[in-house]
Design a binder for this molecule. Structure first.
Ligand SMILES: Cc1cc2nc3c(=O)[nH]c(=O)nc-3n(C[C@H](O)[C@H](O)[C@H](O)COP(=O)(O)OP(=O)(O)OC[C@H]3O[C@@H](n4cnc5c(N)ncnc54)[C@H](O)[C@@H]3O)c2cc1C
Length: 110
């Protein structure tokens, strides 16, 4: 099969790039590990801290590159992110968001 686009690296950035470009093109996602998103799964102590649910205006205050990030934060919101999944999320202290399963990775993988 021929592909229009090759995305190298199946972390969160690569996964999202493949999903977005896959809507209009034939895309192959190449990952050197045995599964996608291994580092993402390590976040939040192994519970996958998928995002922070502060409003974009507040989130932007934490970054120097405000102008660069502003369009992204307002174009693809946390609600858009949650809509990609068929499970729910829980929000904890400091607006950190985790899958509602609260499934922890085995300690050996942390
Ligand atoms: C222990 C730990 C805890 C963390 N906790 C948090 C947290 O609580 N909250 C938070 O927001 N962030 C956290 N982070 C940061 C978060 O994991 C990263 O910001 C995020 O994973 C970056 O995503 P990325 O897609 O840019 O890169 P990565 O997740 O690094 O993905 C890059 C992918 O590319 C693959 N790759 C690289 N080279 C090649 C190649 N030549 N061919 C094929 N594949 C290749 C890699 O194997 C990897 O899967 C944590 C990170 C770590 C390590």
């Amino acid at each position: 099969m021929d592909y229009d686009i090759a995305v190298i690296g199946g972390g969160p950035a690569g996964i999202m790039a493949a999903i977005a470009s896959g809507k209009t093109s034939n895309v192959i996602l190449l990952e050197k590990n045995s599964s996608l998103g291994k580092k993402l799964l390590l976040t939040g102590g192994g519970r996958c801290n998928i995002t922070n649910n502060k409003p974009p205006k507040k989130l932007l205050t934490f970054f120097d590159e405000k102008n660069f990030l502003k369009t992204s934060f307002y174009t693809f919101t946390n609600e858009d992110l949650f809509d990609l999944f068929d499970f729910g999320f829980i929000e904890e202290d400091n607006n950190r968001v985790f899958p509602e399963s609260e499934k922890k990775l085995p300690a050996a993988l942390l």
